[in-house]
Write a protein that binds this ligand. Structure first.
Ligand code: SF4
Length: 364
């Protein structure tokens, strides 16, 4: 299929139109809200040009202290479940937790969310992958870019070969496989065929297409995020080449107008938003408007304070756990007991998150 859709506006519009039709045909018209749940601010590599964690590495003296409390993670997951957002994946930098710790957290998150969890915690070996059980739905390889020269500069310690090996092992274990890419790192559309080849050769189930969020203090802190139509065009080409692929589009709070066009281009879900700064205020409502004008039905809510505070439940037709098939993982009873033993702490944290959101919603 032709990938040069950017030098001719009719080709781009045609690709968007066909991608939209393919998305509706194969996935229907629902759109979900996703959120990566962070476990730690530590990364043992800490040298990627676009990553916020790279600005923190020298400040963190004790990696163990950079971890989030498990009760805080679970409070966030419980809120996500209530408002109908999906946990996109559990995310951490390299070396923040042992495999045993990651498994325990994944089991607890899976118990609270009621769904299998994806992991995006760096490259995992065959042996490490085998340590996990039913709580894991899939693994994500952080690819970022397939431009070989650019990779050496922007994420010098991320070994693409090792990521591919992880995906191969994951497939053998029957796990789903995903990848993240970041647009706007300095690549251009000439890299799109390599991306399509990568998705094909690794038989990926899911791809997250982020736009660069230029973090202050990183070498890319002053780079512009990619054009909305470039991000949409990449998504459209993914959709046209892989009709059944799950595509998640990620933009930051300053790129909200990208949402509508990403959905028309074939994104099934959107991600990367600072939930607690945007929920219920003009930013959260803007997201909902973007979804509405792309003729998609939003699952979950970005604005209903009663749902957030637990005073009201989401209607079943807006709850992704009712609309989409969940994994229904088998979680050991001891994990359930462990979560419930933290109930007081989790509830306190939920109350504190809800209060923060309510204050911010009044401000904007
Ligand atoms: S390896 Fe991942 S977490 Fe670590 S600095 Fe790079 S992008 Fe950030």
């Amino acid at each position: 299929m032709e990938t040069d859709i950017f030098s001719d506006s009719s080709a781009l519009l045609d690709a968007l139109k066909k991608a939209n039709a393919s998305t509706i045909k194969h996935h229907g018209s629902n759109a979900t809200l996703e959120r990566a749940v962070f476990l730690s601010w530590w990364c043992g590599k800490g040298d990627c040009d676009f990553c916020y964690l790279s600005t923190q590495r020298h400040r963190i003296k004790d990696p163990a202290k950079a971890r989030r409390r498990v009760s805080s993670v679970l409070a966030e997951v419980e809120i996500l479940r209530g408002i109908g957002w999906r946990v996109e994946f559990l995310s951490s930098g390299y070396g923040s937790h042992s495999i045993e710790e990651l498994q325990r957290i994944a089991q607890m998150v899976s118990y609270v969310s009621g769904d299998g969890v994806w992991l995006n915690v760096g490259v995992l070996s065959d042996e490490q992958l085998r340590a996990f059980g039913d709580e894991i739905a899939g693994v994500v390889a952080s690819i970022e870019t397939l431009d070989t020269e650019l990779r050496k500069r922007v994420c010098p310690d991320k070994d693409l070969k090792k990521s591919v090996e992880m995906l191969i092992e994951a497939e053998k274990l029957g796990l789903k496989k995903g990848a993240t890419i970041v647009l706007g790192l300095g690549e251009d559309e000439s890299q799109i065929p390599a991306l399509l080849d990568f998705v094909r050769s690794n038989n990926l189930d899911r791809v997250t297409v982020y736009s660069l969020n230029p973090h202050r203090g990183t070498p890319l802190g002053n780079h512009p995020p990619p054009a909305s139509l470039y991000q949409a065009g990449v998504i459209a080409l993914l959709r046209l080449n892989f009709p059944k692929l799950e595509i998640i589009g990620g933009t930051w709070i300053d790129q909200l107008p990208n949402i509508g066009i990403m959905l028309l281009a074939g994104a099934n879900a959107i991600t990367k938003y600072p939930l607690f700064s945007m929920f219920g205020n003009r930013y959260g409502r803007k997201v909902e408007e973007e979804v509405r004008y792309s003729n998609r039905q939003l699952l979950g809510t970005f604005s209903d304070m009663d749902v957030l505070a637990g005073r009201k439940k989401l209607p079943k037709n807006r709850d992704p756990r009712c609309v989409r098939k969940c994994m229904k993982p088998r979680i050991p009873g001891t994990i359930a007991e462990e979560v419930e033993s933290m109930r007081g702490e989790i509830d306190d944290k939920i109350r504190s998150y809800v209060e923060t959101v309510e204050k911010r919603a009044k401000k904007y």
